[in-house]
Each structure stands twice: as structure tokens, then as C-alpha cells.
Write a protein of this length. Sequence first.
Length: 467
Amino acid sequence: MQTVTTEWLQSIEELKDLPAGQLQWWIDNSKVHEVEEGEFLFRKGDPNPGTHVILSGRLHIFINQSNGSNRTLTFFNAKDITGYMPFSRAVKTNVNGQAAERLTVLTYPFERIKELIQGHYELTEALVHIMTSRIRNFTELQQQNEKMMALGKLSAGLAHELNNPASAIVRGSISLRNHLKLSPETFKKIMEIKVTPVEVDKVNNKMFEVLARKDVPVLTLMQKTAKEDELAHCLESFSVGNSEEISENFTEFGFTCDDMEEFKSLIPRDYLSPVLNWINNNLVTEKMVSDIQESSQRIEKLVNSIKNFTHMDRGSDKEFADIHLGIKNTLTMLEYKLRKGNIKLQENYDTSLPPVKAFVGELNQVWTNLIDNAIDAMEVNANGLLEIKTSREKNDVIVSITDNGPGIPQDIKDKIFDPFFTTKEIGKGTGLGLDVVSRIVRQHQGIIKADSVPGKTTFTICLPING
């Protein structure tokens, strides 16, 4: 069994400046013991045995997941210090510690922590420093992991969302090119027409009168088919060629049989077919260009939302920002899940709110986790209502996110912000989301609370405006 000396303890970076007397006292009141490979130094949920100094070997720290597998958090090696630290609230261990190699450990018992705190200030201070450094490192890693997981959740949906308008642009451009190949024949027939400028103006005015109508009804499929058949019959009675295609497009733009009658009165009978085909040709071109433009704008909107969501072009300092912009960007990123879940969105924003001083990228993690959780909670509804509300209370901004899912059971309500606690199915949750949300809100000197009854769950975040 290894003999521990004050000189050996002072070779540990965090203990190098401590008085030898305090270290000797620590050695005298601690126990050196061995843990064989595969055996546990401590298990999750057990009473905390105390503070451990790894003398030799390797300790595997992990948690059990709901699917029966283990998730590695870290490894501790010789000269690492773990276990209970002074002023920690963890009276029970919340992770597992298993010997990856045969361990030799110096353990100071949990029962004598008060004695350590009261009589050995420098040693206590060093152990507290180890604890705070470890918490800080773990929190940074945890937040980064959660951010990557949040982006991972969104990536599949974003790929789908970007693919749709991109495919529409490709299809539209091919169709437009093929359509324009037909233009010369139509143009030739138009050039043979001999009409006065006044007659041209009358036809032109009538066309724009129809296109300017704002009361075009939204038709069901059956209504649209009936209108198309009626218009096609009307065009055929006027000996207009290509009547089926024209009726389909004209119906979409709101043309009626009465309009065809008026065109008939304005255009000589021999020229009615080429003129209406020319109008149809231009409307089809306009519609194709409009569809391509709309798809391009959809891609631009998504790309801008991704850029703003990740805050990739900004520094890491707090800055004043519009709280609504981050929420709206998050909703854009999650729009595919809202549609998929048949969820109605209700937004009640106080547009008079001033900018809030915050780490904008981190706040986007808060909105993503809370909104994504709300969407998942409403999955059992087959539809849902998501309400997001902002308001001001003195020097604070209040954001509330409410869903009409089944609610949080009372027996677990106090655990939802605990690390690694999750009620989601295997593979759907890590248990880190709400813990990270809570940490980020506290980092902003804010408050988060959850109120839940069946059919209504509200997470309320209170953030100081000036950080």
C-alpha cells in the first residue's frame, strides 16, 4: 500500500502552497484504501463517502442512461481530487465512480468535513477552488454539448426546409426555360394582329383590372375544378385554342366567364384566341418567376435565421439586442416541427420593450430548448397551441412560453432543472436541456420558474434589461 507524505501532496498543483502541517493533519485523518479494477469507489444515489485523492490508477466517472447504456463524463488519474468538497450541497453522489484500473485512494470522511472547514482555512480554500474550477469547466462543456445537440436537432429539419425551396427553384427554372421556348410561336401570331392603340389599351386595362382584384376567393379543390371546367367550356365556345391550360391558369388568377365575355367584346373574333393565349403565356411566366423569387427569399430567410441564431459574426461579450429577434429566429428554425405537430402559434409581444443586455447566442439556446420541449410535450395532442408572450416589469423583461400539453407531474416538478433528469423517451433527451437553461438564465442574473397543470404548462423567464 502506497505511503502518502506531505511532499507528495504538495506535488499536486492545487496543494503546492499549503502548509505542511495542514496536509499532515489531512493524511492522519484520512484512510488509504484500494479499489480493484471494475469495482466502484462510489455509486449514484449513495451517501457521499468523502473527499478522494487518487494516488494511483484511473477512475471512470459516468452516468447510467435510460436505455441501459453508460455515458462517460470524464476520467480521473493520479493526483486528481474528486468526491465531496467543502460547502457542496451534494450529500449524495450524483454520478458513478468505477475503477478503470486498480486504484489507490486517500479518502477524507464526509462526517468530518465541518472539522476540516473550522480548523484548516487554507486547505478548505484549496478544495473549494478545485470544486469551483471543476464546476466552471463542466458547465462550459455542458453548455457546448447542449448547443451542439440543439443544432443537431435542427439540422435534419433545416436540410428539409432548405431542400424544398432549392428544389422548387431548380424545377421552376427548368419549367420557365421550356415555357419560354414556346414564346416565339405565340409572338408570331400576335405580330399578325392588326389593332389600334385604343383597342390595345382596352384589353390591357381589362387584364390589369382582373389582376388587381383583392377579393379573389380561396377555392377548395372541388370548387377550383368546377370553375376550371366552366371557364374551359366558355373558351371552347369562343373557339379559343389551348382552352384547358388557359382555364387552369386563368382560374388561379381570378378570371371568370363574365371576363371572357368582356374580352370577346373588346377583341375581334379572329384575334381572340392568340390574344388570350398571349395573356396566358405572360401570366404563366410571371407566376414561374414569382415562385422562384418566393423560394429564393425563403432560403435567404432561413440562412439569415441560422446566422443570427448561432450569432456567428459576433463576439462573446454581452451586448444590447432585441429579445424578439432571437425568439423569432428560433421559431423560424423550428417551423418544420410546428407544422409537423399541427401546432398553432400565438405570439403576444410587447413591441415597446427596450433592447436587453445579454449573451445573445446563449439566450437562443434557452428559447430553443424551451420551445422544442413544448413542441415535444404537445405531441400526444395531435395538435396544440403554443403561446409566447413578452412584457416588462420595472427593470426586467418577462418572457413566458406556454403549451397545452398534458403538463408536468407534481412528483417530478422539483426535479426538472436537475442535471441529467429527463422524462423523454430513449434517444430523445439527455436531461441537460433544462439544467443548461437554468444555468444560462442565472448567468444573466435572471430567474426561471415553471407552472404546470394538465393542459397548461408555462415557463417564465425574468431577465434584467441592463444585464
